[in-house]
Write a protein that binds this ligand. Structure first.
Ligand SMILES: [Zn+2]
Length: 514
């Protein structure tokens, strides 16, 4: 039994405390008493025992820590290396299977660098959907120990995939040289090997490797997995009560490929057949869902993880945010990986969640700032299986919270907490961050990791990574043109709906008024 006198206690005194169900514009002041990992009490003028650390939050705003419900830590080193690459060309340049094994030092540093930026921006929970190739438990251990060192909460998932072909493969020209066709097809793996590795890691490390670490399951995408693999993942999810996240209809190409099949072959049906379309499922992206598929998701109680920055940067289209909202599908937010979104900043994702619906619909709508804050907290927690643990500042929840300095320009004058978090703030006001009752950022600096030393160490290994990326780009040169022309074929296939605004109505050089 834990001796109560050994539990550390923190009293956050005098801050305005953001309550999803209260006044989201002018949150009321309250003290927050934290015992160990957990929020014990909220109230006015709470007393502090000897030994309780006091954090003065007068003139500050206390907000639940954010949940980044979609991220891949494998390519932190590729930050800023690519642009103007539609999805499949980008995939060729960023796929970890094309880079070969990385040193454990690189794995540790890249994990720390991603965690450091996340924490500085108030992200207290990361869902890392990590490709581990080759399957090496030392990589898993290195990643988890780096997250523990940084002090961030992590919901860890090992990406599973047994079909190697690029998503664009069905649209590649019939007369491609055999050598190029082989590279597009890749080498398939065995479903059993994928499942055995994941199950072995969960058995070896336990379902809670540390107090801040839990598991999720991550079949890469329905079209990248055999039925055997999807069913095996569904069985693991049922046995261990784990959330499942998977990329679904990220690009138009996938919806076009479904139209080409002889019978109806919705990727949602594939997931349903495998027993995965349940309330434990998070549909990552979901840009090209049809109305029927949105209804299926709503009926199953699955949620959607929206990644607006990567969808825009990879030219994937705009997700049907309003349709999902109308169908009462929960929408969580992801910042996605560095090679396609460049930053772990959920303030930007919240802002785009609110702003993007206007490109298709001028009517005032329900996706407002308070909704976006819920998406980045409660909906994210739900998507990663932490509903009762994080996402709100309430007694009994984990003490995952951030303190924003209201003297920062984004909050001067202070008219609305929700609107200024979403539309004004960039991350600069994040002053203090607690994860599970442990202060990991103070005075806008990480206290768990020396940021200058980390930056120097990352710069030290960066030239080797850039050389490998350049060598890969050189190998890919002859693939770019056939991939782009295949993508153009797929973009032309009629779907009956669009996620590119105005496409097909106003073409370049035409004057729509004539
Ligand atoms: Zn992803």
């Amino acid at each position: 039994m834990i001796n109560p006198t050994t539990i550390s206690r923190i009293l956050i005194r005098g801050g305005r405390v953001y309550d999803h169900d209260g006044d989201v514009h002018q949150p009321a002041q309250a003290d927050i008493l934290i015992a160990g990992e957990t929020i014990e009490r909220l109230g006015q003028n709470l007393p502090a025992d000897d030994g309780t650390e006091i954090i003065d939050a007068a003139g500050k705003l206390v907000v639940p820590g954010f949940v980044n419900a979609h991220y891949h830590s494998h390519d932190v080193m590729a930050k800023g290396l690519f642009e103007e690459m539609p999805f499949d060309i980008w995939a060729l340049h960023s796929n970890p299977s094309n880079y070969g094994p990385r040193s454990l030092e690189e794995v540790r540093l890249r994990t720390l660098a991603g965690a450091a930026e996340s924490l500085r921006n108030g992200i207290t929970t990361i869902q890392d959907f990590l490709t581990v190739l080759p399957q090496d438990e030392a990589v898993v251990d290195t990643v988890l120990s780096a997250y523990e060192e940084a002090g961030v909460r992590v919901v860890f998932a090992i990406a599973a995939r047994d079909r190697a072909a690029l998503d664009i493969a069905p649209f590649m020209a019939a007369d491609l040289p055999e050598a190029i066709r082989k590279r597009i097809a890749g080498s398939d793996r065995k479903a059993k090997d994928e499942l055995d590795f994941i199950a072995a890691q969960m058995k070896r490390l336990g379902l809670r490797p540390t107090a801040r670490q839990t598991w999720a399951l991550a079949p890469s995408a329905p079209q990248r997995c055999s039925q055997e693999l999807l069913e095996g993942i569904a069985a693991l999810s049922r046995t261990h009560h784990l959330p499942v996240l998977t990329h679904v209809y990220e690009t138009r190409i996938l919806a076009a490929a479904a139209r080409r099949q002889p019978s109806s072959s919705s990727l949602l049906d594939t997931l349903a057949c495998a027993g995965l379309l349940t309330e434990k499922l998070g549909i990552v992206h979901g840009v090209w869902l049809t109305a029927r598929e949105i209804a299926q998701i709503a009926e199953a109680g699955s949620c959607v993880v929206h990644n607006p920055v990567s969808n825009l940067k990879l030219k994937s289209g705009i997700a049907p945010i309003l349709d999902l909202h109308r169908a009462r599908v929960d929408i969580a937010l992801g910042c996605d990986n560095y090679s396609c979104a460049e930053t772990q900043n959920i303030f930007i994702a919240m802002r785009l969640l609110c702003l993007l619906p206007a490109v298709t619909d001028p009517e005032p709508g329900p996706v407002d700032a308070a909704y976006a804050v819920r998406a980045a907290t409660l909906a994210g927690a739900r998507a990663v299986g932490l509903s009762r643990a994080t996402g709100a500042i309430r007694p009994g929840m984990k003490a995952d919270l951030i303190i924003l300095d209201l003297n920062e320009p984004a909050f001067v004058p202070f008219n609305s907490a929700a609107r200024q978090i979403v539309f004004s703030e960039s991350g600069r006001a994040v002053e203090t961050v607690l994860v599970g009752g442990r202060a990991v950022v103070r005075g806008a600096k990480l206290v768990t990791v020396d940021e200058a030393s980390l930056a120097a160490a990352v710069e030290n290994i960066a030239p080797a990574f850039r050389r490998d990326a350049q060598a890969l780009a050189t190998r890919n040169v002859d693939l770019a043109a056939p991939l782009l022309s295949a993508s153009r074929e797929a973009w032309k296939v009629p779907l009956g709906f669009e996620r590119y605004v105005g496409r097909g109505r106003v073409r370049r050089g035409e004057d729509p008024s004539r």
